[in-house]
Design a protein around this ligand. Structure first.
Ligand SMILES: NC(=O)c1ccc[n+]([C@@H]2O[C@H](COP(=O)([O-])OP(=O)(O)OC[C@H]3O[C@@H](n4cnc5c(N)ncnc54)[C@H](OP(=O)(O)O)[C@@H]3O)[C@@H](O)[C@H]2O)c1
Length: 287
């Protein structure tokens, strides 16, 4: 039996890398995009192994419609894996970020994940009735879902919510034999960095006390980008987590992983406060 995987946000980055890993391993992938040209490009590259789905993560009806269409294609096999990867990031200061943007980033990163999970749940349930195959959900959270860098607060808030939702999901879906796994990437080489830089580059904090810092903050982004891991590392990890009979509930994947581990599990809040202050003072007062 060919296994079916649904992945959100396959036009680039981590979603695309996960799709590549699963197609190489012989799976059929239903991957969401928003632009026709992305679907055409991916169809050309992957042929019959790839079936495009079109939706924005904020569009309830479009997601439901695609779930109905996928149900007709997969029939009694259902889907064996759902990967929630689509999302956005952005550098923002908590006291100045607009409430409209806060609503939007939650709508995409957190509620989008819930919309897709709810819409495709019936197809996961069909698969889980067959106990000889593994049925799982993998949610792409972030290191920011566990430890919060300043000026990434709104993004970190959406990923903390993803962590909580994933824990609830896992505990509520045990009765169906559907496992839920959280992936927490640190810096990974994807377009998310450029998209972030472009936004910061608009110098949107010019009337605030953060003006100078936000003018230079791209330097901090470049520092993280410099060490970033290739997206294929996340693709390989998700495949490993899917095939594993005893996967962990959370996988942290990052350059200098031990630093993230220390920040999450060992170092005190006050220590981290001082560390981040030093780091961002250095950026703000640099020539
Ligand atoms: N890169 C990192 O360092 C890193 C670290 C930790 C976690 N993550 C997480 O990894 C996931 C993938 O990000 P990435 O780094 O691979 O970035 P990316 O290359 O920008 O990919 C993001 C994907 O999400 C899609 N997307 C964005 N907004 C959407 C919306 N409103 N509706 C539907 N699709 C939407 C994009 O589609 P379009 O092309 O149509 O915009 C794209 O396919 C995100 O959840 C991100 O938070 C990334």
């Amino acid at each position: 039996m060919m296994k079916n995987v649904v992945i959100t946000g396959v036009s680039s980055g981590i979603g695309l890398a996960i799709m590549q890993s699963f197609i190489n391993a012989g799976f059929k992938v239903f991957g969401s995009v928003r632009k026709k040209e992305d679907a055409l490009r991916l169809k050309q590259e992957f042929g019959d192994s790839y079936e495009p789905m079109f939706f924005d993560l904020t569009d309830d009806q479009a997601i439901k419609d695609e779930a109905t269409r996928v149900a007709q294609i997969v029939g009694h096999q259902g889907i064996q894996l759902l990967v929630n990867s689509g999302g956005i990031s952005g550098g923002d200061a908590i006291m100045h970020v607009s409430i409209d943007y806060m609503k939007h980033i939650y709508d995409v990163n957190t509620l989008g994940l819930m919309r897709v999970s709810q819409a495709f749940f019936p197809l996961l349930k069909i698969s889980s009735a067959n106990t000889s195959v593994q049925t799982k959900i993998v949610n792409i959270s972030s290191g920011a879902g566990r430890a919060v860098r300043p000026y990434l607060g709104p993004y970190a808030a959406t990923k903390h919510a993803v962590e909580a939702i994933s824990d609830a999901m896992r505990r509520e879906l045990m009765r169906y034999g559907i496992d839920v796994i959280i992936i927490e990437p640190g810096p990974i080489q994807t377009k998310i960095w450029d998209k972030n830089k472009a936004k910061v580059g608009q110098y949107k904090y010019q009337d605030t006390d953060y003006a100078v810092l936000f003018q230079k903050i791209d330097k901090g982004v470049e520092g993280m980008e410099h060490n970033a891991l290739p997206a294929s590392a996340v693709g390989d990890l998700v495949l490993k987590a899917y095939v594993s009979k005893k996967p962990r509930t959370r996988y942290l994947i990052a350059p200098h992983r031990w630093m993230f581990w220390l920040a999450i599990h060992v170092l005190s809040d006050r220590f981290l406060d001082r560390m981040f202050k030093k780091q961002f003072d250095k950026i703000e007062f640099s020539k």
